[in-house]
Design a protein around this ligand. Structure first.
Ligand code: PEP
Length: 247
């Protein structure tokens, strides 16, 4: 596989403040981020608080599938681009569960994001019940196929985050072996759609990544980075996670 930089994405969810923007920016600025790409996805109101000169990129946590119009409360891909956003998280399990986002809607959002020039970070993952019933691969294949089977050309422009729902915010990360096995399955499944894109796509692991477990996860051959929730609100710990992902 082509050697590529790891990608670290911070998902602040509905947390953070201008003070955290300043602390995170200062902390990351004094850390050399050579060999790792970092993206911060803050709440939208904080985007403008980031300085133009920074050693990381900006992401959003959601995007509308529509271009523009009467969609109160929504934000378009073009508006995100104007706010210097380059990545967007799509299909996070919280949006699937709490806001009833369907695979069909998620596919439309990925399409809209790519057409506009944003890089979608598509989140997929199984519940604990599905894992116990040995349905993990079936669930992930369905979530991937819903987006890419009819538009495999989007794969080359995407990032995928495997986030087992049972590991999100629980403090119980998947083991490096569990995560690697699942990532290997995802890559093999995607190879049926586009073998080159499957080799090059960044597969992130998400779910209780922290300063202690990150190195073992990053040592796995099919783990190309992480989507980090809780630990991305602590500047020193997030900087440490970024450093440990360096080549
Ligand atoms: C997330 O919600 O995307 C996430 C990975 O959260 P945490 O790191 O807190 O488990």
């Amino acid at each position: 596989m082509k050697v590529q930089h790891k990608l670290l994405v911070a998902n602040w969810k509905m947390n953070g403040s201008a003070a955290l923007v300043a602390t995170m920016s200062d902390t990351l600025a004094v850390n050399s981020l050579t060999g790792v790409d970092v993206v911060i996805c803050p709440p939208l109101t904080l985007l403008h608080s980031f300085a133009a000169k920074r050693n990381f990129k900006l992401g959003a946590q959601n995007v509308s599938q529509h271009q523009a119009g009467a969609y109160t409360g929504e934000i378009s891909a073009a508006q995100l681009l104007e706010a210097e956003v380059s990545y967007v998280i799509i299909g996070h399990s919280e949006r699937r569960e709490l806001y009833s986002e369907t695979d069909e809607l998620i596919a439309a959002k990925v399409n809209t994001a790519v057409q506009a020039g944003l890089t979608p970070i598509l989140c997929i993952g199984e519940t604990i019940q599905q894992r116990q019933q040995e349905k993990t691969e079936q669930v992930l294949a369905q979530q991937l196929d819903a987006v890419y089977a009819s538009q495999p050309e989007l794969l080359a422009k995407s990032v995928i985050a495997y986030e087992p729902i049972w590991a999100i915010g629980t403090g119980e990360s998947a083991s490096p072996e569990q995560a690697q096995a699942t990532h290997a399955f995802i890559r093999a499944h995607l190879a049926q759609l586009d073998s080159i894109a499957a080799t090059e796509i960044k597969l992130l692991y998400g779910g209780s990544v922290n300063g202690e477990n990150c190195s073992a996860l990053f040592a796995q051959p099919d783990i190309n980075g992480a989507l980090v929730g809780g630990a991305s609100l602590k500047a020193a710990e997030f900087a440490q996670i970024c450093s440990s992902a360096q080549e």
